[in-house]
Design a protein around this ligand. Structure first.
Ligand SMILES: [Zn+2]
Length: 80
């Protein structure tokens, strides 16, 4: 059997802390770059009927209002 010194436990602890740190840092970078939301004003649509402002899915020119069901187009500019 291999004798384990108290220093070995400390080295194992340091190694585990380093691994957890690297995983947390990787997760932070992944959140920053891959899951970034890009909401531009061109994707906002205001309903003609009830004035609800909402985000239109990418690539769509028309969308249905979730509140009243009115069909809205993206060409109309939203002014705040
Ligand atoms: Zn509406």
């Amino acid at each position: 059997m291999i004798p384990i010194f108290p220093e070995t436990y400390f080295e194992i602890f340091l190694f585990l802390v380093l691994i957890v740190g690297v995983i947390a840092w990787s997760y932070y970078l992944w959140q920053q770059h891959l899951e970034k939301w890009e909401i531009s004003e061109e994707k906002l649509c205001r309903c003609k009927n009830c004035s609800l402002t909402y985000i239109v899915a990418r690539g769509k020119k028309e969308s249905e209002c979730s509140r009243c069901g009115e069909q809205n187009t993206l060409e109309e500019q939203v002014e705040f």
